[in-house]
Ligand binder design. Structure first.
Ligand SMILES: Cc1ncc(COP(=O)(O)O)c(C=O)c1O
Length: 452
């Protein structure tokens, strides 16, 4: 019999978490032998290559056998050097072969370090007034006090609000519930143009960088920016001398059907934050990739990058990341993500005929989200007390499918959504199984909430 847990603190006080015992491919198995499809790719959007790939654990074991930690103030390590070369060779647009890589531990470290680099770059360049980070509402960039401050995910911000550094947020690029009440393309992309307004209001001399996710993950359940959005963002950043930070923590490494999600807009950012899919959850690792020109300014002025954690550039993690990246390329996972993502979205749209609570289906590649509504025609949300997305999550979990429930599509407060991001190795039959489970789970939730 399972010993009741008393000492470990979990994410929720009111539920019993099954204990995971092993994982293979797209499946997780708990201690009672129940099998689950890892439909959200972990919590969330992590497991690019799937679970249990031997090459990764062997590379990690081999590196750990040689050494797993080293004094980073005095030495470097070969896996870190090799990983940096590999990442720069795969970087998007003008960053390819013309950037440098800083390796750290979590996605939050990466976005924090990206804004540190932006700030240090401007100080060292002789423009110390540039410090502000403009971000967007309904965005998530990480979970430390500083990063949660420039994130725009209302529910996670609220308790810590008084502790944040004040920073401007612009409205999200979110066509289903357009903050400007317009429709694409006649909207003239006001969501992107609102960056210019914010920059002018703050005074460009004060603004260091703009940060955004090309496809918003946890805060909007896979909402991609419309076509043309990032081209306008890039122009505004160039015009006002502002760095563009691309948060690819969820979207990188093939997740959206391209190696980098910013590739869909054919724009080069100045700094990229990446994590999750880069080691597929086998071990913690994240990185920032920034233009040579940015690092060169620091180098020329002998100004070491003022960031860093004890476990940065960990050799075991760097060894794992290389195997994961090669696996992604060798198995053409961005292509599979594109094809299976299309199949998934088409299947979900078909379910709309049977499920009036399915208000919207969206995403790119295998980052697929849907929104649950009380009335489709008016997009009326469920009462938050009804916890519609959590009900859906529980109904699917019971049937062996992990989903990721999200809330806040309306002003960060109302609106239930579900994020799906299965491992990129998933096959067509497995997508159909997911669709079948979602079909049954939606029926259960609709009857519980009285949706007809
Ligand atoms: C877009 C984005 N940025 C940053 C983070 C923070 O990453 P981590 O949870 O590894 O700190 C997340 C986490 O979900 C994310 O989705």
């Amino acid at each position: 019999m399972t010993k009741p847990n008393v000492h470990a603190v979990h994410r929720d006080w009111d539920r019993q978490f099954p204990v995971i015992e092993r994982a293979e491919g797209i499946y997780l198995y708990d201690r009672d032998g129940k099998r689950y499809i890892d439909g959200s790719g972990g919590s969330s959007v992590v497991t690019t290559i799937g679970h249990g790939i031997q090459e990764v654990s062997l590379a990690m074991a081999e590196q750990a056998r040689q050494f797993s930690f080293y004094p980073a103030h005095a030495f470097t390590n070969q896996p870190f050097l090799d990983l940096s070369d590999l990442v720069v060779s795969l970087a998007p647009g003008e960053l390819k072969d013309k950037s440098r890589v800083w390796v750290t531990c979590t996605g939050t470290d990466a976005t924090d370090d990206a804004v540190r680099l932006a700030r240090q770059y401007w100080v060292v360049s002789g423009k110390p007034s540039k410090y502000q980070i403009i971000s967007r509402w309904q965005a998530f960039h990480g979970n430390t006090i500083s990063v949660a401050g420039f994130s725009g995910i209302t529910a996670r911000r609220s308790i810590f609000q008084p502790m944040y550094v004040d920073s401007p947020h612009i409205p999200p690029a979110f066509c289903y519930r357009c903050p400007f009440e317009k429709a694409f393309p006649s909207c003239n992309l006001l969501c992107a143009r609102s960056l210019e307004t914010a920059v002018r209001q703050q005074n460009p001399d004060n603004v260091a960088a703009f940060i955004s996710e090309p496809v918003v993950g946890a805060a909007l359940a896979c909402a991609p920016a419309p076509d043309g959005y990032f081209q306008i963002i890039r122009e505004i950043c160039n015009k006002y001398n502002i760095l563009f930070i691309d948060d690819e923590v969820m979207t990188g490494w093939g997740r959206t059907g391209a190696l980098w999600s910013i590739d869909h807009w054919d724009v080069t950012p100045d700094i990229i934050a990446t994590a999750k899919g880069m080691t597929a959850g086998y071990t913690p690792l994240s990185a920032i990739i920034a233009r040579d020109e940015i690092w060169s300014v620091l180098e020329k002025e002998h100004s070491p990058f003022k960031a860093g954690h004890t476990l940065n550039a960990n050799p075991v993690s760097c060894a794992a990341a290389q195997v994961v990246i090669h696996y992604i390329l060798d198995h053409k996972l961005p292509e599979n993500s594109q094809e299976r993502g299309e199949q998934f979205q088409v299947g979900l749209r078909r379910l709309m005929d049977r499920h009036p609570s399915l208000g919207d289906v969206r995403g790119k590649g295998l980052m697929v989200g849907f929104e649950l509504v009380k009335v489709r025609a008016t997009k009326e949300p469920f009462d938050p007390q009804e916890h519609a997305s959590v009900l859906l999550e529980r109904a699917a979990l019971k049937r062996g499918l992990v989903t990721y429930p999200c809330t806040g599509s309306i002003e960060g407060v109302l609106g239930d959504m579900v994020l799906m991001a299965p491992p990129l190795v998933i096959n067509p039959a497995e997508i159909d199984v997911i669709l079948g489970i979602l079909d049954e789970s939606l029926s259960e939730v609709e009857s519980a909430l009285g949706v007809k």
